[in-house]
Structure formats: C-alpha cells, structure tokens
Design a protein around this ligand. Structure first.
Ligand SMILES: NC(=O)c1ccc[n+]([C@@H]2O[C@H](COP(=O)([O-])OP(=O)(O)OC[C@H]3O[C@@H](n4cnc5c(N)ncnc54)[C@H](O)[C@@H]3O)[C@@H](O)[C@H]2O)c1
Length: 309
C-alpha cells in the first residue's frame, strides 16, 4: 500500500515508517522538521518538507496518491501547549483537519490518527485504573484537549464522506531517537544522564506512575490498524503502572549506575497516576505490547550510550 506518514521524521513516526517499509509498503513522509530530523528518514523514503497546515499540502496528495494516511505530526510538547495554546490547536486541530479534508478528496482508504491516552484522560479516578476508552475525557493541558478534539472530526469524515479511520491513543512511549527535549521523555533523560555518569533529578516524589510502552510496540499497533479496527479508538498501553522511581532503579541497573537520585519540585499540572487498559486493542486489533520493560530500557540505554561516546 502507499502510506503517507506525517511526522515521520520524528521519534515515533520514524520507527513506524521503517516498520511499514519492512512489510513491503511504499512510504512517503510529510514533516516540517520543526522537531523532527531528516537523519531519522530512510534514504530511499521520499520526504516532503511541508507544514500540515499549508494549502500546498495538496501537491503531496496529488503526487503520491496515498491509500493510507498515518498521522503522527503534532505539536507534542505539553508545556509549549500551555504557553501557546493557539499554536498548539493550530497544528493539532487545523493541521489535522487539512489532512482529513485532503484524504477525503483524494480517496484515501484509511486514516490512522495518533492521539494521546496519557494526556486526554487527565487524572482518572484511581478506582478506574487502568482506564478504558470509555473513561471521562478530562485533559489537564491544551495539548490533551487538541489531541482529543480531532477525534470528533474523524467521525464526521467517516459518516459524511466515507473516510475510514482508527485512533491509536498512545500511553507514554519510550525508545531510541526520543528527544530529551520532549515532554515526558523521562526514560531518554535518565539514559542520557546515566550514560555519562551525571546526577539525575526526579521531579516530585517519584511515586507518580505512568504506562510505559516501547516504541517497537507502536509499530505493531500501526501495522494492525492497517487491517483492522475500523471506526474505533484504542488505548495503546500495557495496563500496568510503573512509577518514575521504578524506572530510575531499572535504568540504573541496566546502566550500572550507582549514584542516588536527587528530588526536585513536583511539576504543576502533572498527572499523578495513569495506565491504559488495552483490552479493546487486544480483541479488535489483535495487538498487545510485547516488549518487556527491562528489555526496552536496555535497548534505549544502548542507543543513548552509543550516542554519548
Ligand atoms: N511520545 C509520547 O509518549 C507520545 C504519547 C502520546 C501521543 N504521542 C503522539 O505521537 C505523535 C508523535 O510524537 P513524537 O513523540 O514522535 O514527537 P516528535 O516531536 O518527535 O514528532 C512529531 C513530528 O511532527 C513534525 N511536525 C510538527 N509540527 C508539524 C507541522 N505543522 N507540519 C508537519 N510536521 C510537523 C515534527 O517535525 C516531528 O517530526 C504525536 O502525534 C504525539 O502527540 C506521543
């Protein structure tokens, strides 16, 4: 299939693009390189350097004629969305809408939208953990709201224009190529610091928990969404909570790091506990996370250690 991956020069999109290629699909990428890096793009994959909001994005659809659009491009930084919510919504809502409009006009068969389960459910009732897709949507940041907002237009485009879609609501994704500037990149930050034996600071008590998914498991989720999951939104998580302190300890073990952590102030607006129930993805997409935390951390550490040396 011809698959257009937006944000394919970024952390997760670049892994997904490689995964599609490995399955024999023809892949092209749209990325404005605002946070992405052309080095993340396979040399034989066409990179269209465009902003997804631009009117001239149509030239990409005219030339490449995608059968699937896999939409990873986003303003993906939570504090940046707080500072400039208008820019955040402009990229995440209007940019997404521009893609939907063109996808319908050019007969795209499936639109895979990457949403955020870590941001859109906000601080769930602890009794509801891990949260199901039906949990109340109560984002704490403009980013969580803008990511969730586009999901409404997917329904419109399906019902009114016949554009099929699936939504993948990612948990906390980690792995090689993650930028340490990215929000929630705690694994990348710990790996980078530990690789050069620098002190590590944990924000808050370290007892706050997240649902960590290795980036390779996002690749298999996107492959599954090519075939299945029409018109549905899926949590892409493990269902397990891991505390930041546990991540520190596990990464220290992988890295042979012996320093104790420092503790800084807790960050305002940070969710205390989150984990996503992946049952629906298991039954409908036939997907589940398969990379154990320790193995994923070891691969991630090796990437940052080799980059540091
Ligand atoms: N990293 C996580 O844990 C996580 C969790 C939930 C959801 N997500 C979602 O996954 C997707 C990928 O995130 P990531 O972590 O790889 O971030 P990233 O910043 O590495 O990737 C985003 C990519 O989009 C590109 N981009 C940004 N604005 C653009 C625009 N206007 N036009 C064209 N390209 C643009 C960037 O250059 C970058 O390559 C995003 O949609 C994000 O919201 C990520």
């Amino acid at each position: 299939m011809r698959i257009l991956v937006t944000g394919g020069a970024g952390f997760i999109g670049s892994h997904v693009a490689v995964g599609f290629r490995a399955q024999g699909h023809e892949v092209a990428i749209v990325d404005d390189l605002s946070t992405g890096n052309p080095k993340n793009v396979h040399p034989e994959t066409k990179l269209y350097q465009h902003d997804i909001r631009d009117a001239d994005l149509e030239s990409v659809f005219r030339e490449f004629r995608p059968e699937v659009v896999d939409h990873h491009a986003a303003q993906a930084n939570v504090p940046a969305s707080v500072t400039d919510p208008v820019h955040d919504a402009s990229v995440n809502v209007l940019g997404g809408l521009n893609l939907l409009r063109l996808s319908a006009a050019y007969g795209v068969k499936k639109f895979i939208y990457i949403s955020s389960g870590g941001a859109m459910y906000g601080e769930p009732d602890p009794r509801q953990l891990p949260v199901k897709e039906s949990a109340p949507v109560r984002p704490l940041s403009p980013y969580g709201a803008s990511k969730q907002a586009l999901e409404a237009w997917l329904g419109v485009y399906q019902r009114t224009f016949g554009l099929d879609y699936s939504v993948l609501r990612y948990a906390n994704i980690y792995g090689p190529r993650q930028s340490i500037r990215e929000e929630g990149a705690v694994v990348a930050v710990f790996a980078t610091r530990m690789a050069v034996d620098k002190p590590v600071t944990i924000d808050g008590t370290g007892q706050q928990s997240r649902d960590f998914v290795y980036v390779g498991d996002c690749v298999t989720a996107n492959l599954a969404a090519l075939e299945r999951g029409s018109g549905l939104a899926f949590n892409i998580g493990t269902g397990r909570e891991t505390s930041i302190r546990e991540i520190f300890d596990a990464m220290a073990e992988v890295a042979g790091y012996t320093q104790t952590p420092n503790f800084g102030p807790a960050r305002t607006g940070d969710v205390m506990r989150i984990a996503l129930d992946p049952s629906l993805a298991r039954t409908e997409l036939r997907w589940q996370a398969s990379v154990p935390l320790h193995a994923g951390l070891a691969r991630t550490y090796a990437f940052f250690r080799d980059g540091a040396s």
